[in-house]
Design a protein around this ligand. Structure first.
Ligand SMILES: Cc1cc2nc3c(=O)[nH]c(=O)nc-3n(C[C@H](O)[C@H](O)[C@H](O)COP(=O)(O)O)c2cc1C
Length: 409
């Protein structure tokens, strides 16, 4: 059994009653492992030994490590709801000097490529409607539902796709920075691809891109599934969540992220804001952020909470259409997260359709906002916790996500 889009929204709503009832505290000791680990006997090679793959290394990497309660606490270049990091990356590599052609897992913890299996004429191309071998890389992004549902239950469905959108956004920025392009990949259904890649019930490949080019040599279908490895040290499967994810078609849209010279620095320094200094943000930066285009599936409503000279209130197409101070309403909407009251602007991201792909597009847009904020020296944080029904006061569309933006402390 799986949910349709209407049921998913209904079953993942946050209401004041639900939040008030949820009095249990999480035991962080029981958090499932953040990084998938293939067996020690697999051949490994450090990504830093392969300069032509620097775009891959920069797509997903650890950018901060601290000890919290005697355990390492990692943060990555990609933001993630609750920092639960439910994404894994695989690459089929063909004809890249210095590397055996094969299927690899990107091991983020060690920044290594781990060889799952060598390939020859047979590869995953036929699963992606390609008759010919693809020279270079085919990048596959998977989601691991339990890493997120462990904390968020069924609402994790939303965060998995928002997180994925952030990851696709970073992948696209990284590839562009190095003068390369993403190629769209297609498939009728994702079952066969997932089976051959050894994905079990607890992980699903949901988006695929090429970085390379089609060759003239014919490709054969890799028939034998590769080894299967659990993505977490233990799992408690939320069947409804897993089954709902299974029926989702592959995502393959390419984000419209800008090529940035300072991408490498921004990618390594970016952090989600935990407080704001509203005086430190310029009105010109607010206007620049309002002008960033979102995917057509989305409706973005900026609410200006604090500024030097601009009118406060709700904006549409760069114009203030409803004047007023909405600080307390917006903070309440966003589950009364107090630090948001110090922000200059909150972008409310709605979608015409409440569906997985709109959530991915909301994540991609928010990732571009994160990058531009970091470029401008401004703070921001994605906000996935909100009371859905209160969000409806500003649009007839469902609210998917919000981004709070403000001067850095
Ligand atoms: C989909 C999504 C939802 C988030 N929701 C919230 C939120 O409601 N409140 C908050 O303070 N931070 C939120 N964050 C920010 C995360 O807490 C943050 O990304 C994570 O702790 C990792 O920290 P970093 O972004 O500094 O690396 C969200 C991030 C994402 C991607």
């Amino acid at each position: 059994m799986f949910f349709d889009n209407f049921e998913v929204r209904e079953q993942t709503l946050l209401t004041p009653e639900w939040v008030a009832k949820k009095t249990t505290f999480l035991d962080w000791d029981s958090q499932p492992s953040l990084f998938k680990h293939y067996p020690h006997f697999c051949y490994r090679t450090p990504l830093s030994d392969h300069p032509s793959l620097q775009w891959l290394m920069e797509s997903r990497c650890i950018t901060s490590e601290q000890m919290v309660a005697h355990k390492p606490y990692y943060r990555l270049n990609v933001p993630s709801a609750g920092n639960l990091q439910p994404i894994e990356i695989y690459v089929q590599i063909r004809n890249i000097a210095g590397l055996l052609s094969g299927l690899y897992h990107l091991e983020v913890l060690t920044q290594e490529l781990v060889l799952i299996t060598e390939i020859g004429a047979a590869g995953i191309e036929p699963y992606l409607e390609l008759d010919h071998r693809f020279t270079g890389c085919i990048v596959m992004l998977s989601i691991v539902p339990f890493r997120s549902s462990w904390k968020y239950g069924l609402r994790a469905w939303r965060y998995l796709y928002l997180d994925l959108g952030h990851q696709i956004g970073v992948l696209s920025s990284s590839v562009r920075h190095f003068g390369l392009n993403l190629t769209k990949m297609f498939t009728q259904g994702t079952d066969a691809l997932n089976r051959v890649m050894g994905m079990g019930e607890d992980e699903r490949i949901v988006a695929v891109y090429g970085v390379g080019e089609k060759s003239t040599r014919l490709a054969k279908r890799l028939e034998e599934p590769v080894m299967s490895v659990q993505p977490t040290d233990y799992t408690m499967s939320e069947t409804l969540l897993v089954d709902t994810i299974k029926v989702e078609p592959l995502y393959n849209e390419i984000p419209n992220s800008m090529k940035r010279d300072d991408f490498l620095a921004l990618n390594r320094t970016r952090r989600s804001a935990r407080g704001f200094n509203s005086n430190a943000m310029k009105d010109t930066d607010i206007l620049a952020l309002m002008r960033i285009k979102a995917h057509v599936s989305l409706e973005v409503i900026p609410i200006l909470l604090q500024a030097h000279g601009m009118q406060l209130g709700l904006y549409r197409n760069g114009e203030c259409t409803v004047n007023g101070n909405f600080n307390s309403e917006v903070v309440h909407l966003l589950l009364d997260q107090r630090f948001i009251s110090g922000s200059n602007m909150v972008l409310l991201i709605y979608a015409v359709d409440f569906k997985a792909h709109s959530h991915i597009e909301a994540g991609m847009y928010a990732q571009e906002i994160y990058t531009v904020c970091e470029h401008l020296g401004v703070g921001c944080s994605g906000i996935g916790a909100f009371y859905d029904n209160i969000g409806s006061q500003w649009s007839n569309n469902p609210l998917l996500y919000a981004v709070a933006i403000g001067g850095k402390l």
